[in-house]
Design a protein around this ligand. Structure first.
Ligand code: NAD
Length: 258
């Protein structure tokens, strides 16, 4: 039977890249995320084009624990256990800590950290029963180091790495692995506002705004690609990676080596 892979936040950016890569590897995908109907249809068509089985879609708002419970119980009922869980959905908001809006703090912690706790706690019993599971949490370089004006994001991503380690220890003898991938700058809608702000602050083009962000932090001066993150996720699902667990793997052009 085809194994199920759930990738949260896969209507866009990194999640879509990971979903494409896992579909190519033969998994049946469950996509999730927001977007206009045509954006979601396009994501389903793109993943469907490289899949042996049609992808499924859940529009669950992952900041809502009860909605996560309902969506996952429906999946388990109709499709069975999830073999690969990729916690990727995330959001960003930038402001200094003493000016950070409280509602934005709550939303970022709910989506970038607590949602992963809920999907993991709900998917693990099925993984344990089938003696196989792969959990990949898309953290960030900001799970390893901080930057100014990102207190909620940095706190959530550091927390996600803690959750990754704790889950890995509890599942180490069960053929279940749990790892975090820590990307540096990856050109997706999530960083578009930061690129535009940098361009406007420096009165330069959007393209040069992207270059300025890279020059400040990412020694390779190149964006990470969603294909690269998809390929690493796919590798972590193989037998060759069965002894990699509890790891936080930077894919950051040297950012955290500095
Ligand atoms: P993106 O904005 O392109 O995609 C985010 C996805 O999450 C979308 O599918 C969106 O619909 C979904 N989403 C947003 N709110 C949601 C909610 N409440 N419930 C369900 N889904 C929701 O962003 P991206 O750059 O592809 O980011 C994906 C992950 O990678 C995030 O966790 C982000 O923190 C992380 N990351 C991104 C970068 C980068 O440079 N782009 C770097 C490091 C880490």
């Amino acid at each position: 039977m085809t194994q199920l892979a759930l990738v949260t936040g896969s209507t866009s950016g990194i999640g879509l890249g990971i979903a494409m890569s896992l579909a190519e590897a033969g998994y049946q995908l469950i996509l999730n995320g927001f977007g206009e109907p045509e954006v979601i249809d396009q994501a389903l068509a793109d993943v469907g084009a490289v899949s042996s089985e049609s992808p499924l879609y859940i529009g669950t708002d992952l900041t809502q624990p009860r909605a996560i419970e309902l969506a996952l119980s429906e999946i388990f009922e109709s499709e069975g256990s999830v073999s690969v869980l990729v916690n990727n959905a995330g959001m960003q908001f930038t402001a200094p800590v003493d000016e950070f809006p409280v509602d934005k703090w709550d939303q970022i912690i709910a989506l970038n950290l607590s949602a992963a706790f809920h999907t993991i706690r709900l998917c693990l019993p099925g993984m344990k029963a089938q003696n196989f599971g792969r959990i990949i949490n898309i953290a960030s370089v900001h799970g390893l180091v901080a930057s100014v004006n990102k207190p909620a994001y940095v706190a959530a991503k550091h927390g996600l790495i803690g959750l990754t380690k704790a889950t890995a220890l509890e599942t180490a003898e069960m053929n279940i692995t749990c790892n975090a991938i820590c990307p540096g700058w990856t050109h997706t809608p999530l960083i578009q506002t930061q690129i535009e702000n940098r361009a406007s602050d420096l009165n330069i083009s959007i393209e040069d705004g992207g270059r300025a962000l890279l020059a400040e932090k990412q020694p390779s001066k190149e964006f990470v690609t969603t294909d690269q993150l998809g390929a690493l996720t796919r590798f972590l699902c193989t037998d060759a990676a069965s002894q990699i667990t509890g790891a936080s793997l930077p894919v950051d052009g040297g950012w955290t080596a500095q």
